[in-house]
Ligand binder design. Sequence first.
Ligand SMILES: [Zn+2]
Length: 159
Amino acid sequence: MAIRKIRIMGDGVLTKKCKEVKEVTPRIRQLIDDMIETMYEEMGVGLAAPQVGVLKRIVVIDVGEGPIIMINPEIIETSGEQCGSEGCLSLPGKMGQVTRPNYVKAKAYNEEMEEIIVEGEELLARAICHECEHLDGIMFVEHVEGELYDVAPAEEEEL
Ligand SMILES: [Zn+2]
């Protein structure tokens, strides 16, 4: 496993649409392992492949209950609303208020390319929305209400 370099906002790779994964090759497996290690190293709650420069539809999330790997994720149901602070490893030291659904249900594939359902509320719901948007080249700053504000690194969870 290896720590990969996190791309920072302004890097063109973060605004591109990612491609679907058709097969989990050894290289993809390596990428997923590296993404998980990188997320932990950077104290993130989630990480999407384009954040390490790879335009593939893969996200990893850990809200403190162990890693969730989602390949080709697709949000299929949402409900409710939550408004809270959100940050991103690709925009270190900044956060902003973002409204997200309070509940999210998503369909994805695991490393065996078996279909899985991931559902969650609060932080997990927020993380799923945030990471899935990275796969379409969307950064959370597009949803920020008001101004971004400065935050000390690792003070808040970053997605
Ligand atoms: Zn992010």
